[in-house]
Design a protein around this ligand. Structure first.
Ligand code: AMP
Length: 215
C-alpha cells in the first residue's frame, strides 16, 4: 500500500505518519529527512539541497524524483510505504504515479492533514528537533537533551534553521502556491484523498488517520 501524506509544515503529518506506517507494518520515507542527512554529511546532493532548505524553498523536482525512484525500488518497500513530504508539486505527483506504475503499483490513499495557519506558526516556532536522530520532539525546548534518542543518548534538541519565523512564513507561502494544487491534481485524477482534521489531541488525530487507512 502506498500512502502519500500531504499537509502544511507543522500539521503533524510526520509524527502521525510514523503511527500510520507502524500500523500498516511498512516503512516511512521523508524526503526532508533524506535531504537533511545528506546536507549534514556534505554529499553533493546535500550541498545542492541545503540552500533551498534553509530558505524554506523547494528543492528542484529532478532531485526529488531521483530520491523517490530509489526509495520505491528498494526491496524493503515491497509491501508498501508511507511517503512524508515526498510529493510537493504537481510534476512530483505525476512523477510518482509514473514511477509507481513502472513497478506495478499505485498510490492507494492520500492523507491530507488540514489545520489553520495561526496554529501552524505557533507550533513550528516552538518545535524542538533532535540534532542526532532528527525527530521532532513534542513538548520540549531547544537546548534540552533528548535522552530517548535512538542514535545518541546525548542528542541535543535544536531548532531547525527553517523553523525560524521568516523561513516558516516562506514555507507556508510555498505550500499554498505549489503543494495545494497537488490536492486538486489527485482529486481530478481519481485519487483517494482523505481529509483529516489535524487540530485536537495527538490521540484524536491519530485515530482519524488510522481510520482513513482502514486500521
Ligand atoms: P520537511 O522536513 O518535510 O519539512 O522538508 C524540509 C525541506 O526539505 C523543505 O522545506 C524543502 O526545502 C525540502 N524538501 C523536502 N521534501 C521536498 C519535496 N518533495 N520537494 C521539494 N523540496 C523538498
Amino acid at each position: 500500500m502506498i500512502v502519500v501524506l500531504l499537509g502544511p509544515p507543522g500539521s503533524g503529518k510526520g509524527t502521525q505518519g510514523e503511527r500510520v506506517a507502524a500500523a500498516l507494518g511498512v516503512p516511512k520515507i521523508s524526503t526532508g529527512d533524506v535531504l537533511r542527512v545528506a546536507a549534514k554529511a556534505g554529499t553533493p546532493l546535500g550541498l545542492e539541497a541545503k540552500a533551498f532548505m534553509d530558505r524554506g524553498d523547494l528543492v528542484p523536482d529532478p532531485v526529488i524524483l531521483g530520491i523517490m525512484k530509489e526509495a520505491l525500488s528498494a526491496p524493503e518497500q515491497a509491501a508498501g510505504v508511507v511517503l512524508d513530504g515526498v510529493v510537493r508539486t504537481v510534476p512530483q505527483a505525476e512523477g510518482l504515479a509514473r514511477v509507481a506504475a513502472e513497478i506495478g503499483t499505485q498510490v492507494d490513499v492520500v492523507l491530507l492533514f488540514e489545520i489553520a495557519d495561526e496554529v501552524l506558526v505557533s507550533r513550528l516556532s516552538a518545535r524542538a528537533t533532535c540534532g542526532a536522530c532528527h525527530s521532532p520532539v513534542a513538548g520540549r525546548q531547544p537546548g534540552e537533551t533528548h535522552a530517548e534518542c535512538p542514535v545518541s543518548p546525548k542528542g541535543t534538541l535544536v531548532r531547525r534553521v527553517d523553523d525560524e519565523p521568516e523561513s516558516i512564513r516562506n514555507r507556508l507561502r510555498v505550500y499554498k502556491a505549489q503543494t495545494e494544487p497537488v490536492v486538486a491534481w489527485y482529486r481530478a485524477n481519481g485519487g483517494n484523498v482523505q481529509a483529516i482534521d489535524a487540530a485536537g489531541s495527538f490521540a484524536d488525530v491519530e485515530a482519524r488517520a488510522l481510520r482513513a487507512v482502514g486500521r
